[in-house]
Design a protein around this ligand. Structure first.
Ligand code: TRP
Length: 476
């Protein structure tokens, strides 16, 4: 057995862990990806199916990952090895911890690039707000005097500028690296305790703004009235994948965070709280964005550019738009920071636990590595726009570098990680250990065991198969 160094670090309290875990879950996935997918998929049916996925599939996996970390008390690989040893299972199961660390490393590389776009937009909107204030009209709409096409052109101009993208990526990755290098209680936990309350205040403020100035009735109808004919296999597949991504599952992120829990049990309610909070934030993000989109009569199905092109234009026509557009991008940025640190933490903990590196060294190695991979991703928007890294694979034949890294991690690595986690917990882990560590009631325990042993592997195998072979779903 390979020796594993316990990282020896820990959360200062249970609520610190919960806040950090919610911070990890709530990110670009909730505020950018969820509304994008809900809009593209036609609303209600997607949303309801998504919620079912979160609770039937996501929640059992959240509890499973936290359980592994809680027992293991070290990085994901070492933690799985420890659970295996205590369950008389093969130590080779720890391979999914290593896959997870690699996936988290790859995800943070492009996550930081996308967060960099948000940073740039926050800067643009901040500058616009300053101008509005200087002009004595702080409550004017955003980007006064720009035409819709000028507003939309900004995104293309940004993509065409490698230097700008690089600078934003550098700032964001640097911040992520700095926080992770400072450690669990003085870095990650501190960031969460400052940023999460700020996030919730901003979110509630923006939802109220949308309700007052926008068309909340239309938004509610759009998000919650199901048209089941829109629930195609593709839509179900993307809802399942989004549930995994939004809860930060499948890359050992919650194993790593769970390993810093020192005392007590109550893992069931804690997991439920994380799933509920993450879902509420996604829904609130929808209730913030769609009233604004509908008020101006824009298309909810704009896709990934919804947040960068559709919304800024909507903010232009609304009173207070300059101020709220700025706050909106700050909100996304805050959410992105607490998620990116959770991603970088997974490989960093691996370096500490399995390689015996110091925390700053490990964070520096993986943070720099992810920065370099991210550079390739951002160059894929301009000078390397013809590069197709997995072009030989029909699934990725048309995708640029960033979308390839995103697609490969999201469609392959994340479901594989989740699949192995569910099989490991459902079929290999020692039942008494599971019972004692989670502290679930007998009924909740049976339900969890059923979902993790049967529903999760089957459902995740379907996401994996249909993600890899879209032809199964027909068309494409
Ligand atoms: N859940 C985060 C979001 O919604 C992103 C994220 C953080 C993540 N850690 C993860 C996604 C681990 C997958 C795996 O933005």
């Amino acid at each position: 057995m390979v020796a594993t160094t316990s990282t020896g670090e820990g959360w200062s309290s249970r609520s610190a862990f919960i806040l950090a875990a919610i911070g990890a879950a709530v990110g670009l996935g909730n505020i950018w990806r969820f509304p994008t997918l809900a809009g593209e998929s036609g609303g209600g049916a997607f949303v309801i199916f998504y919620i079912a996925c979160v609770f039937l599939l996501g929640l059992p996996l959240v509890l499973s990952e936290i359980f592994i970390g809680r027992v293991g008390q070290t990085d994901a690989v070492g933690s799985i090895r420890r659970v295996s040893a205590q369950s008389k299972a093969s130590p080779n199961w720890s391979i999914f911890g290593a896959i997870g660390a690699l996936a988290a490393f790859l995800i943070v590389s492009f996550y930081s690039v996308v967060a960099g776009w948000v940073l740039y937009y926050a800067g643009v909107m901040g500058g616009d707000l300053v101008q509005a204030i200087m002009a004595g009209d702080p409550f004017r709409g955003a980007l006064a005097g720009e035409s819709q096409s000028q507003i939309q052109q900004r995104l293309g101009d940004m993509f065409a500028s490698p230097g700008l993208l690089l600078a934003m990526h550098l700032v964001f990755m640097g911040l992520t690296l700095y926080i992770v290098a400072r450690g669990v209680s003085s870095g990650i936990e501190k960031a969460a305790t400052y940023l999460m309350p700020m996030f919730f205040v901003l979110l509630v403020g923006l939802v109220i703004y949308g309700a007052v100035e926008g068309d909340i009735g239309d938004a509610i109808a759009f998000l919650f009235t199901p048209d089941w004919s829109k629930l195609t296999p593709q839509v179900m597949n993307s809802a399942l994948g989004q549930a995994l991504f939004s809860l930060s599952l499948g890359v050992a992120g919650l194993i790593t965070y769970g390993s810093y829990i020192k005392e007590g049990s109550g893992l069931g309610p804690t997991s439920a709280l994380i799933a509920v909070a993450d879902t509420c934030v996604a829904l609130l993000a929808g209730l913030m964005i769609f009233p604004i989109v509908f008020a101006v009569g824009l298309d909810p199905a704009a896709g990934p550019t919804l947040v960068f092109q559709t919304l800024p234009f909507a903010f232009q026509t609304m009173p207070g738009g300059a101020l709220f557009a700025f706050l909106f991008f700050v909100l996304i940025l805050v959410a992105a920071v607490t998620s990116s640190i959770s991603l970088l933490e997974v490989p960093t903990a691996w370096g500490i636990g399995e390689r015996g590196w110091s925390r700053p060294k490990s964070a520096l190695i993986f943070g720099t590595g992810a920065f370099v991979v991210g550079i390739a991703c951002l160059l894929g928007y301009n000078i390397w726009s013809d590069v197709r890294p997995l072009g030989f694979w029909s699934l990725f034949a048309e995708t640029d570098i960033l979308d390839t890294v995103d697609g490969f991690t999201g469609k392959v690595m994340l479901p594989v990680g989740a699949l192995l986690t569910s099989i490991f917990i459902g079929w290999k882990a020692d039942e008494n250990l599971l019972r004692a560590t989670t502290g679930l009631s007998p009924l909740a325990f049976s339900l969890w065991r059923f979902l993790i042993a049967w529903l999760c592997p089957i459902a995740v195998a379907i996401i994996l198969a249909t993600g890899l072979f879209p032809a199964i779903l027909g068309g494409q």
